[in-house]
Design a protein around this ligand. Sequence first.
Ligand code: FCB
Length: 467
Amino acid sequence: MNSLAETRAISRTIDPAMIFPADFVWGVATSAAQIEGAAFEDGRGESIWDRFCRVPGAIADGGDIDVACDHYHRLEEDLDLIASLGVNAYRFSVAWPRVQPQGRGAWNPQGLDFYRRLVDGLRARGLQAHLTLNHWDLPQALQDEGGWAARATVDRFVDYARGVARHLGDGLTALTTHNEPWVMSMLGHDSGIFAPGIKDRATAMQVSHHLLLSHGRALRALRDDGFDKPMGIVLNLAPLLPATPSAADVAKTRLEDGLLLRWYLDPLFGRGYPQDVLDHLGAQAPRVEPGDLDAIAQPLGLLGINYYSRSVVSASGSYDVRSGALPLTDMDWEIYPQGLTELLLRLHRDYPLPPTYVTENGGAFPDRLVNGRVHDADRIQYLHEHIGAVGVALRQGVPMAGYMVWSLLDNFEWASGYAKRFGIVHVDYETQRRTPKDSALWLRELLRQQAEVHAQARGASKPAAER
Ligand code: FCB
């Protein structure tokens, strides 16, 4: 592998800040519920998102995941699309209810076959397979027994993880347990704006504990089973800052930082739950049994970070207020690329990071498809600046291993339905036609240039006779 300095020295055409090491992982990311569709086919069971979509008013545009991007039926076409982008990795999730419809017991051979074709298709195209076990679509049958609030679900998840690894493990590059436990616990069980739509803080905190516990137990079980690929978890993290310098805003910011970052990172790295957050929660703190904290603190082979924005915290207002100082995406999220550098440097300072990936980053913008093109200059700028921000952290010693764009396709954006488009590939939901946006072409060119620079560096480092 060439050093960064070597590769930069021969790079004349590209911004040197955008040159990454030759072994850096470049990917696009999706999740099962958001793209697959085929909700009632080939033995798939019901998930909590199928159920939640049917609650009146739950989804902004009344959308559901019955068809979504119809990826289930377009697997080969979509895999070709991924390969055409020049990335070397794909992050996807397995829909638990597709492979184990009741969340326990019998496995669904047709569901497993779909993911077998997916990982084999990735390998055939020279792409790394980064699998997420739980991107929020818990089998409804388990929700009926209490869902993530029930401790028994931890055991169900460990069985599920072992089954997935047994059936698909040989085809994987890396595996993560949960996507964004904060979102599942807080948005799913505290504010209730996501499935399963529960509104109870104590339940939410119990859920967060069970998610962490099931993560640790699953890692342990897979290691005992001989699974030797890098394993980890994906957290949604952000730098938080007080809306004003007032003591109240500063204190609230510290608390929210505890709930969003330290609540997950501290126990994952063996430090237990942060005392200030436990004190704040009081009776709403989760029940933690002896041995749980040791079980959570398994060595991490990788850490995934999803980064979209910063959060500005006000003691009086909502958790996340708008400063008015920064441009917004179509989600009304502030565009703050330097926050990604700040976050990564802080994590590197505070925790012994394993190889770290940005497992999601991207933006929703009001795209328009005109004459077969989407000129999404705003998204290109967003991606360019955030990739640059990863590069800054990398050069300052943060062990960054990869970057994955959210998302490959426009897709079902949870409670926002289909109106918010995050894809670098446009989806026409009437025809299911895929059209790479300008941002996809930009990414392909960036990666082509990287490959060229690394190839030149390899050539330059060979003895003259071999050139
Ligand atoms: C993240 C989710 C992902 C997607 C992006 C926009 O929180 O992990 O599925 O919805 O937000």
